[in-house]
Every structure is written in structure tokens, then in C-alpha cells.
Design a protein around this ligand. Structure first.
Ligand code: FAD
Length: 352
């Protein structure tokens, strides 16, 4: 009998699996590549909401935990996927510059907003106003993290690259059983796949489609990430990721001409050098209406759990959410109320 079955190896499943490894617990992961939010993510770990100059929800605490977490995972996998990045906010008016200084005066934002503004970043992004640097920003190469971890877990026989068929899960009082695999508990980390999950599809995870384009712009010569109406992030060799869009209506998995058009329009207002669109990337963020995660136990089954709902900030939230869940299961510590999926039980869950 295993300790756990985990469904999904995005950031949620990977964080949960690594914490279980650290705790010496046995598990088997099922991963079928059916949804890919984590793999397409920009991977940026930025504690500040750059539209309003406010601190993202619990970002301070999450940041402290996440840095150590990703470094330990790098050591464990003997690879590197975590690095510092510089992010600059391009101001579009004097008011915005003043707002930045006002925000930097607040004690909780002061560690994250540099008050020494930069007049220029690169000739390809001319600006009447300055640029403000966000401090303590880093980036996780999520594709590398997940590919490396998946290969490792395959070698360790702790992962099966196959679809998990929800209807074949049998839940007993003391254990769960799936196609001959018995475990004490199961944790669903299936991202937007939750919509097909009969155990948790009652939860209001709407999903928000995100698209970005990859451009080649040799003359841009930009070495830092710039945030204006969109992010422009260097990928190396003259390539840049430009995005992303937010669409909570369209749940189709493919790229759209509308998103490309929107991004190109915004890009052309920012850069003045020639460029070529070479690719377009899509994913559906597992987002909830109240922008908080969905962590906790099934309302009726004591050995069925969920770790989901990270929206647009999975890199920061996943390590914290997996810790919340495993503290509940292994140490009987209640999940913090804002993470706890129980906030939806009364309204949305229909008893059998
Ligand atoms: C365009 C875009 C850019 C983003 N940029 C950032 C960013 O810069 N920073 C940031 O913090 N966040 C970013 N995000 C958000 C981030 O990607 C998500 O918050 C996070 O990846 C969600 O992780 P997850 O593990 O919950 O879901 P997912 O990554 O979707 O993982 C779920 C996994 O479960 C598997 N699965 C599902 N159903 C089954 C099944 N039945 N059987 C087997 N396997 C199954 C899927 O294949 C998948 O691997 C971005 C998202 C998008 C779309």
C-alpha cells in the first residue's frame, strides 16, 4: 500500500510530490499531458501587481518559502531552473511615477519597489517617462523543472505517463484503489482538468485562457523584462515572449487570431524596431472567481484531496498550497481559510 496517489504533475503536483519525498512518503503520480498551464507559464515570480502597485495576496510570505523550496528541488534534481531576473515597469505618465513613489513609501511594499528610477532601458523601447525596478524578482524555467522532475520520477518508478480515469477510482474508508494500485490517500492536482473530475468538478474553477506570442527582434537588445500594457521578456538569441492575454470566456485549447492581434497592437505601441512573430503559446490558468486557491479535503471522503486554483500566480502559490495541504493531512493543522476549498462546500456541493 502506497501513502499517496497524485493526479497531475504541473506546479501543484510537482510541489506536492517533492514535499512528500522530503517527508519520506511513498507515492505514484499519474500525468497525461492533457493540460499544460505550468509548462507554458512565463515562470515569473513577482510579488507586486504592476497595474496598481500593490502587493499580491500573501506574496511576502509565499516568496520567502518559494525561494528555498525551488533551491532544494534544484539540488534534489541536480539541475538549475531558478534564476534572478530584472523586471522594470514602464511609466506612461507623471501620475504613475508619483504613484510608484507613494507605494514605495508603504512599509510592506518598500522592500520590493526601487525608488532609483531608470531614465532609459534600450533605444528600441523609447519612453517619455522613467522605468521603475521591482526588487526580489526571479524566474522558474517551469518547462525544465517539470521535464526534469518527470524523467526523475519515471526512473524512480514513481510516475506513470498515462491518463487517470476518474471513474475507475474506488474510495473505501481506509484507502483508495485505482486499477490495482492501493494508497492511503489521493491528491488531485489536475489544474483545469478538474472540470472533468467528478470528485471536485463542483468547485467554481472557471479558468482563464492566456496566450502570448514569441517574437524575433534582433535590434531590440533588451536584457531585462519590461512591463507596460504587456510583458516583454528576453528568451535569448534575439527572441522575446510578449504577453499575456486574459480571457475567461474562451475555454478552447488552441491559439486565436484575436489574441495575436491584441498583442501585436500593444507591442507596436511600445517597440520601434523591426520584429517577426515566430510562435504563439496558449494555456488555461486554473483560476477561481475569488482569486484564491482550492486546497483541502473532499466534503464527504476523508482520503480524497485537492490542490488547485492557483490562477495566474502558480509559481509563488504552489509551494505554499502544497504545504497547507500536507500540514492538514499529516499534522492535522487546519488549512488557512483563504486557501480552504470548504468555503465553497455549502453553496456548491450537492450530497449524494
Ligand atoms: C500564458 C500563461 C502564462 C503564465 N505565466 C505565469 C507566470 O509568469 N508566473 C506564474 O506564477 N504563473 C503563471 N501562469 C499561471 C500558472 O501557469 C498556473 O497557476 C499553474 O501552472 C497551475 O498549475 P497546476 O499544477 O495547478 O495546473 P497545470 O499546470 O495545468 O497542471 C495540471 C496537470 O494535471 C495533468 N492532468 C490533468 N488531468 C489529468 C488526468 N485525468 N490524468 C493525468 N493527468 C492529468 C495535466 O496534464 C497537467 O500536467 C501562467 C499561465 C498561463 C496560461
Amino acid at each position: 500500500m502506497l501513502d499517496y496517489i497524485i493526479v497531475g504533475l504541473g506546479l501543484g503536483g510537482a510541489s506536492t510530490a517533492f514535499r512528500l519525498e522530503e517527508m519520506g512518503q511513498s507515492f505514484l503520480v499519474f500525468e497525461d499531458g492533457s493540460v499544460n498551464s505550468s509548462k507554458v507559464a512565463g515562470g515569473v515570480m513577482n510579488p507586486v501587481i504592476l497595474k496598481r502597485f500593490t502587493l499580491a495576496w500573501q506574496a511576502d510570505a509565499q516568496l520567502k518559502d518559494a525561494k528555498g523550496f525551488y533551491k532544494r528541488l534544484e539540488n534534489h534534481l541536480n539541475t538549475t531552473f531558478f534564476s534572478a531576473v530584472e523586471i522594470y515597469r514602464k511609466f506612461s505618465s507623471v501620475e504613475e511615477q508619483n504613484d510608484w513613489f507613494a507605494a514605495a513609501d508603504r512599509s510592506h511594499l518598500a522592500p520590493f519597489l526601487d525608488t532609483k528610477l531608470k531614465a532609459a532601458i534600450t533605444p528600441g523601447i523609447p519612453s517619455e517617462y522613467s522605468f521603475g525596478r521591482v526588487l526580489q524578482t526571479s524566474k522558474v524555467d517551469t518547462r525544465k523543472l517539470l521535464n526534469t522532475y518527470l524523467e526523475y520520477l519515471l526512473r524512480e518508478e514513481k510516475l506513470r505517463k498515462e491518463r487517470f480515469f476518474y471513474e475507475d477510482l474506488k474510495v473505501s474508508e481506509d484507502y483508495v484503489e485505482y486499477r490495482g494500485v492501493k494508497a492511503r490517500r489521493i491528491i488531485f492536482c489536475d489544474g483545469f482538468g478538474i472540470r472533468k473530475n467528478p470528485f471536485f468538478s463542483y468547485l467554481p474553477l472557471g479558468g482563464n485562457k492566456g496566450e502570448y506570442i514569441i517574437i524575433k527582434a534582433r535590434e531590440l537588445q533588451l536584457e531585462v523584462t519590461v512591463k507596460s500594457s504587456i510583458f516583454i521578456s528576453p528568451l535569448g538569441s534575439g527572441m522575446y515572449a510578449v504577453g499575456a492575454t486574459y480571457n475567461n470566456q474562451d475555454k478552447t485549447p488552441g491559439p486565436t487570431a484575436e489574441a495575436r492581434e491584441e498583442l501585436v497592437k500593444k507591442l507596436e505601441k511600445i517597440i520601434t524596431v523591426p520584429y517577426e512573430v515566430v510562435d504563439q503559446v496558449v494555456g488555461i490558468r486554473p483560476s477561481t472567481a475569488d482569486r484564491r486557491p482550492l486546497v483541502g479535503k473532499h466534503p464527504e471522503m476523508d482520503n480524497v484531496y485537492c490542490c488547485n486554483g492557483f490562477g495566474s500566480r502558480g509559481v509563488l502559490i504552489a509551494p505554499a498550497a502544497s504545504a497547507e495541504l500536507l500540514n492538514l493531512i499529516e499534522h492535522a493543522q487546519p488549512v488557512s481559510s483563504e486557501y480552504d476549498l470548504a468555503r465553497f462546500t455549502r453553496k456548491h456541493f450537492k450530497r449524494n
